[in-house]
Design a protein around this ligand. Structure first.
Ligand code: GLN
Length: 307
């Protein structure tokens, strides 16, 4: 028998079908070619059961939803204090690609905006492999399948990545970058170009919901403390300059990506992922935000709701 949860997720897709505002990101040429009408929703409980509807097997690039996981890896590699000295945890109130560092400390304000994410990428330790290979291996462990880079997309973003290069040189000039600027940006862009589905993302989010243990394999990928840190930063900074709006209306830690995905995490309960390529003015999926608002309302996900 079909689970009533799937019927419910279908209803969310249907009820938000009229939302066609915004447009796919176009600053990366390949992203502009996305079919704007694709839509998918998935959730994964902390027992590892995935429920997914819509274009649930359609692959799209993880983009900025990669940032919390790379941050977790950097903390696991170096310890929290080391990372905190180099990347802050204050909401920036600015767009994701803002060219700015905290004027007092010279640090990027947080790891969810590009400045902090490029610095974080450069902190991920490389063994024999480049850092991005370790990040991909982590994505694969989280999603329980081999996650790969969309090389065409990475090339497209690299060719138009002047702004991120500018950020990396600014970091370098402030002695805030652990690597060489162009290599750091290339690694960061490849990290963002990993292809995932909402199913993968729901599993990845559920590992954060489950305190760092992948619910199906039982492998601990992050410590509880690291997971708490990542979720706290997602709660305060994950939706960029819409973070306050998001937290008051949806009320769970989340992260968006410019390909149109959003992940959300209800600690101890569930990981959620939505996908719809049209973005609002903050660079967050417009229909994705609406779908998350409904899920939060109907399922009582808001963390500030009593009882
Ligand atoms: N790779 C993208 C960039 O750096 C990611 C941005 C995003 O998803 N917000 O511009």
């Amino acid at each position: 028998m079909r689970s009533p949860i799937l019927d419910y997720l279908d209803a969310i897709v249907e009820q938000t079908g009229h939302i066609d505002s915004g447009a796919p990101a176009d600053y990366i040429p390949e992203l502009a070619a996305a079919d704007p009408n694709r839509v998918a929703v998935a959730l994964c409980t902390v027992n590892g059961t995935v429920y997914a509807v819509g274009d649930a097997d359609h692959e799209f690039s993880i983009q900025s939803m990669s940032k919390p996981f790379a941050y977790a890896l950097a903390i696991e590699d170096h310890g929290l204090d080391y990372v905190l000295e180099r990347v802050g945890v204050e909401p920036s109130g600015e767009a994701f690609n803002e060219l700015s560092l905290d004027p007092e400390t010279g640090r990027p304000r947080n790891p969810m905006i590009n400045a902090g994410a490029i610095a974080t990428h450069a902190l991920v330790r490389r063994d024999e492999r480049p850092a991005v290979e370790r990040i991909l291996a982590l994505f694969s462990d989280l999603a329980q399948r081999p996650v790969e880079i969309d090389e065409g997309l990475a090339a497209s973003e690299l060719a138009t990545g002047d702004r991120n290069l500018g950020i990396a040189y600014l970091l370098h000039a402030s002695r805030r970058l652990a690597g060489e600027p162009s290599a750091s940006v290339e690694g960061y862009i490849r990290q963002c170009s990993a292809n995932v589905t909402v199913r993968d993302l729901a599993l990845m989010a559920s590992t954060l919901a489950n305190g760092g243990v992948q619910p199906n394999t039982g492998r601990r990928l992050f410590s509880r403390r690291t997971t708490r840190q990542v979720l706290s930063v997602m709660a305060s900074c994950g939706m960029y300059d819409a973070a306050g709006d998001w937290f008051t209306s949806v009320g769970i830690p989340a992260k968006s990506g410019v390909a149109g995905g959003i992940i959300g995490v209800l600690p101890g309960q569930v990981g959620v992922a939505v996908f719809s390529p049209r973005l609002d003015g903050h660079g967050n999926s417009a229909r994705g935000v609406a779908m998350m608002e409904r899920l939060s309302e109907d399922m009582g996900l808001h963390l500030m709701e009593a009882g």
